[in-house]
Design a protein around this ligand. Structure first.
Ligand code: GLU
Length: 448
């Protein structure tokens, strides 16, 4: 065991040395590697095949210039990325993020997590991620379209339904996927539906894809609560963010009997003790693309805290759905001392390593993004299935499938944690399930 611990530490140090300055990537690798010590002890052949070292090195990374013209006629230059991390289980699959914070380290942390998340879903999809440092905030539809067209003009040569299938992430929704798909179709002269997911339902998109990540996280938390003999009924919940994931997490939590009392954006948060009014939230964020502070104009009994920390609002269930490292050790301690009993991550890596430690030591149910937010990419895989069979399923049927998938993800992570002597440790469970599912075909394929 100590030898394996040392071996894993060496691999981690080498990752840090080879990928300088990519802190988020280091953080994501460290968390996974720590979970793998018992697997490597039990299955020494993974070390012989150097599976971990191979998984930590992306199969391919593309970085490109994205020139475009804004509405004033000025030329703008952004940087585009696609990291094709691992294709042992299927074509690279993972979203595109358009946000000014995007650099290679962010894309690599997301791509690395995606390998394990996608494996945990049990669907035949590899892991990848992409994006750009383009900031869509305040841009017109015309600017968004020109940017997407330029982005795809370079990216299209690296994609394909059997090669790499992007979708959305922060800053990329159905509007952007539409512009990207239109340009791909024009450049290739192929109506290759399954080259992108998150499409509009009128042109090959799966019903429920928009709702899937948010619904999925609610279903996953529901499973964690059930495993402890509890339910959402009567629980006070706090959901950070107010994007696609947050909005549909709120919707499903309300349907399952919980009450969401706070949500946020990057400026501040709204606390509405009577319960967040979903229709207002949807109208503000989806239709009018406004800020969360405007919520209190419509609901004067709610309060808006500019720059405040949403995790100070007392709750039974916390659902971080905004972005990476939004919940640190301090915030975690506050949640625990306020009596929080479950945390389900709708965002990718929203809890810092210190925050995770706090949750685990307190013994609360903590569902990491890799498992808890896998409903989005699972439904993307369902979209690919429908495209391949030129079929379109109903909302109810697709949602039932999503619910089953989340239940199965929970079962696999829960049982694996028990099998490895760490009951209730979903981090360990998800990492081990994901890793072994990727490692097996990698061994079978030989050294490629
Ligand atoms: N960006 C989402 C995620 O983090 C979805 C990826 C997809 O649907 O391919 O999993």
């Amino acid at each position: 065991m100590t030898q394996v611990v040392e071996q894993v530490e060496c691999i981690y140090q080498e990752v840090v040395r080879r990928n300088p300055g990519e802190h988020e990537f280091h953080q994501a690798v460290k968390e996974v590697l720590e979970s793998l010590v018992p697997v490597l002890t039990r299955h020494p052949h993974y070390a012989e095949h150097r599976i971990i070292e191979r998984i930590c090195e992306p199969e391919r990374q593309v970085i490109f210039r994205v020139p475009w013209q804004d509405d004033t006629g000025r030329v703008q230059i952004n940087r585009g990325f696609r990291v094709q991390f691992n294709s042992a289980l299927g074509p690279y699959k993972g979203g595109l993020r358009f946000h000014p914070s995007v650099y290679l380290g962010i894309v690599k942390f997301l791509g690395f997590e995606q390998i394990f998340k996608n494996a945990v879903t049990g669907m035949p999809i590899g892991g990848g991620k992409g994006g750009s440092d383009f900031d869509p905030k305040g841009r017109s539809d015309g600017e968004i379209m020109r940017f997407c067209q330029s982005f795809m003009t370079e990216l299209h040569r690296h994609l394909g339904e059997y090669t790499d299938v992007p979708a959305g992430d922060i800053g990329v929704g159905a509007r952007e996927i539409g512009f990207l798909f239109g340009q791909y179709k024009r450049l290739t002269n192929r109506y290759e539906s399954a080259v992108l997911t998150g499409k509009g339902p009128s042109w090959g998109g799966a019903l429920v894809r928009r709702e899937a990540t948010g619904y999925g996280v609610a279903f996953f938390i529901d499973e964690m609560l059930r495993a402890r003999g509890q339910s959402f009924e009567g629980k006070t919940c706090v959901v950070s963010g107010s994007g696609n994931v947050a909005v549909y997490a709120v919707e499903k939590i309300h349907e399952l009997g919980g009450k969401v009392v706070a949500c946020s954006d990057s400026d501040g948060f709204v606390h509405h003790p009577a319960g967040i009014e979903l229709e207002t939230l949807k109208r503000l964020k989806e239709v009018e693309r406004r800020r969360i502070r405007d919520y209190v104009e419509i609901h004067p009994d709610a309060v808006y805290r500019h720059g405040g920390r949403i995790w100070d609002v007392p709750c039974d269930v916390a659902v971080p759905c905004a972005t990476q490292n939004e919940l640190d050790g301090d915030a975690a301690r506050r949640l625990v001392s306020n009596g929080c009993l479950a945390v389900g991550e709708g965002a990718n890596m929203p809890t810092t390593p210190e925050g995770i430690k706090v949750f685990q030591e307190a013994g609360i149910a903590y569902g990491p993004g890799k498992a808890a937010n896998a409903g989005g990419v699972s439904t993307s895989a369902l979209e690919m299935q429908q495209n391949a069979s030129r079929d379109a399923w109903t909302f109810e049927y697709t949602e039932r499938k999503l619910r089953e998938i989340m239940k199965e993800i929970h079962r696999a992570c829960h049982e694996t944690a028990e099998e490895y002597g760490r009951p209730g440790d979903y981090v360990l469970g998800a990492n081990i399930v994901g890793f072994t599912r990727v490692a097996e075909p990698m061994v079978a394929f030989g050294l490629i």
